[in-house]
Design a protein around this ligand. Structure first.
Ligand code: F6R
Length: 609
């Protein structure tokens, strides 16, 4: 999730590039750079850190050229640094490229290119692209780009600039957004509409597989076979603020809707081509490594802690290792029983949460092996942990965490299955079945997102209640905790989650006529028990909304309202059950007129104790 801009016209390109990048900084902000074709040479400037540090570098040396490209980065391959920042160039600085997405086959391509004498300077996957272009270019820029694209696997939006072709920018899209803004005697390229909205509202929105040849007076779209594509102009009617949110009213809603992509990106490179194996190349663990671990701690805060609770289930069930889950703020002051045979896994979206960071440092001091699961490459936690696996959710802006949670679930699941495959605690057939179902999750999340009307209605109906209870057993309980947290933090409704079997030990006293109860009933192994708990609350005249898997014909017999989600294995279903709960919290907050993206008293990154 980075930001891309491009300009071709008669004006100084750098002015638009910097302004466009400012508008896109919310998409990625660990480093930025621009490249401008100045005729004699291509000027490139890049800087780690916020865009302001790039602007500082350019203060007294803005390039004058009228064609250029720019990028603001959210690191994936390679830590944030000047060198890893885009644009990237070939050996002779004849070609320059900016890229969003992940080139999945960059390693073999890089090895081949190096063996043929190409010199790489960055750790990025992107750098293979200009080198490939250098190899195949024989005077026809468009043909060369098409040839390069045919060699790439993965997701991308790419913009190409060539010293020899100062009248052309070429861009291509696959699974990452790209838009072309149509001006008079000038044209603009951007990964997102906010970058261009102050310049033009006439746009071409590229589709997957399309390539645009952009000159100052014309834009030609072709497909990967080189055939022309007849493209309709899209008129942008959103205001600048809505454009930043991709047309959604709030970042939270945008991020909820980004989950299919975030989940797909997080899992995609980590499954073997034949769908039988989990590949966590970052780890390289073997039987001996796992034999040296007798206990695992998962330590985190808030939503990440809830992902850890699900992780405990996964690792214990699949890899048969004992797992303790702890709140970072408790763990660090508790003198935990940790030694060199303990693996401590910390989970953190931001990678900067101070309690989690301190718990990680304490674990290292005690001699534990450490692994971080985080969304931010180069964050303090990523740097401190011995090993890291990244969620590829892209920047999360809304304070309430949504896509970070689902991608964390994906990674803890993959980690558990990875360990189980090493240890032989899962059969080949079961692993294949689970991987097959895992691959279907992005589409199933999309399906879940497609029917929000009943959720809106419930939110309107119950949005003014002061108390809501969430109940469930097993993994449903873990998700109930996350659902209750979402409702609390953005709608300020008092929400509590209980393990259904615990109700009768005290909380049932609070269940009286009209109290809303959200009952999760997706765990087949405890279904009958769940059902009888639901009947207990129903008998107290609570208003019960059930969350059930498609095909469940029982629950409806007892409840007035049931939200159905697509069915999958009970281990994977938390990835789906959480979606209606996120939406319920969102629409309840809207009903109450709350500031969804910036709830009171809360901050996105909690860097204080
Ligand atoms: C809730 C939420 C918080 C965070 C918590 C940890 O929606 O976002 O509970 O999950 O502050 O933050 P990270 O994951 O950045 O360590």
């Amino acid at each position: 999730m980075c930001g891309i801009v491009g300009y071709i016209g008669d004006k100084r390109a750098a002015d638009f590039l910097l302004e466009g990048l400012t508008k896109l900084e919310y998409r990625g902000y660990d480093s930025a750079g621009i490249a401008v074709n100045c005729g004699e040479n291509i000027f490139v400037e890049k800087s780690v850190g916020r865009l302001d540090s790039l602007k500082d570098k350019l203060k007294y040396r803005m390039p004058g050229g009228v064609i250029g490209i720019g990028h603001t980065r959210w690191a994936t391959h390679g830590r944030p640094s000047d060198i890893n920042a885009h644009p990237h160039t070939d050996c002779n600085k004849n070609f320059v490229v900016v890229h969003n997405g992940i080139i999945e086959n960059y390693m073999p391509l890089k090895e081949e290119l190096i063996s043929r004498g190409h010199k790489f300077i960055s750790e990025t996957d992107t750098e293979v692209v200009p080198h490939l272009l250098e190899e195949v270019y024989r005077g026809d820029f468009v043909e060369a780009v098409r040839e390069v694209l045919n060699k790439l696997e993965g997701s991308y939006s790419l913009v190409f600039m060539s010293k020899e072709n100062p009248d052309t920018l070429i861009c291509a899209k696959q699974d990452n957004p790209l838009v072309i803004g149509l001006g008079k005697g000038e044209n603009f390229i951007a990964s997102d509409i906010p970058a261009i909205i102050n310049y033009t509202r006439q746009t071409y929105i590229l589709n997957d597989g399309e390539i645009a040849i952009v000159k100052k007076d014309s834009v030609k779209i072709i497909n990967r076979r080189g055939e022309p594509v007849d493209k309709k102009i899209f008129h942008v009617s959103w205001n600048a603020e809505a454009a930043e949110k991709g047309g959604y009213e709030h970042f939270m809603l945008k991020e909820i809707n980004e989950q299919p992509k975030a989940v797909r990106d997080t899992m995609s490179k980590r499954i073997s081509k034949d769908g039988t194996k989990i590949l966590l190349d970052e780890l390289n663990w073997d039987k001996d490594f796992l034999a040296g671990i007798d206990k695992i701690y998962i330590v985190a805060c808030g939503t990440a802690y809830h992902a850890g609770l699900v992780g405990k289930f996964y690792i214990e069930k699949l890899a048969r290792k004992l797992v303790e889950v702890d709140l970072a703020s408790e763990y660090r002051y508790r003198n935990p029983i940790v030694d060199e045979k303990t693996l401590v896994i910390v989970i953190s979206q931001s990678g900067e949460t101070s309690d989690t960071l301190a718990a990680l440092k304490e674990s290292k001091r005690l001699g534990a092996k450490t692994l971080a699961i985080t969304n931010v490459v180069g964050s303090s936690i990523a740097r401190e942990a011995e090993q890291v696996i990244h969620t590829w959710a892209g920047p999360e802006i809304a304070v309430a965490s949504t896509k970070a949670y689902t991608t964390q679930l994906i990674l803890v699941f993959m980690l558990a299955l990875y360990m189980a495959q090493i240890n032989g605690t899962v059969s080949e057939q079961r692993a294949r079945e689970l991987i097959g179902l895992l691959k279907k999750i992005p589409a199933q999340i999309s399906e879940t997102l497609s029917d929000v009307e009943p959720i809106k209605t419930f939110a309107r109906q119950y949005g003014f209640n002061e108390d809501v209870f969430y109940i469930g057993r097993s993994l449903d309980y873990c998700v109930a905790l996350e659902g209750a947290l979402k409702l609390k933090e953005i709608s300020y409704i008092h929400a509590e989650a209980y393990a259904s079997g615990e109700l009768k030990h005290g909380t049932l006293a609070l269940i009286v006529e009209g109290v809303p109860v959200i009952a999760l009933a997706t765990q087949k192994s405890v279904y009958e028990k769940t059902l009888s708990n639901i009947k207990e609350v129903k008998a107290r005249d609570a208003v019960v909304i059930g969350i059930a898997a498609e095909g469940d014909t029982e629950l409806e017999k007892y409840l007035d309202h049931v939200i159905f989600i697509p069915d999958t294995d009970e281990l994977l279903i938390p990835l789906l059950t959480v979606v209606p709960l996120q939406l319920l919290a969102y629409y309840a907050a809207i009903t109450r007129g709350c500031d969804v993206d910036k709830p009171r008293n809360l901050a996105k990154s909690v860097t204080v104790e």
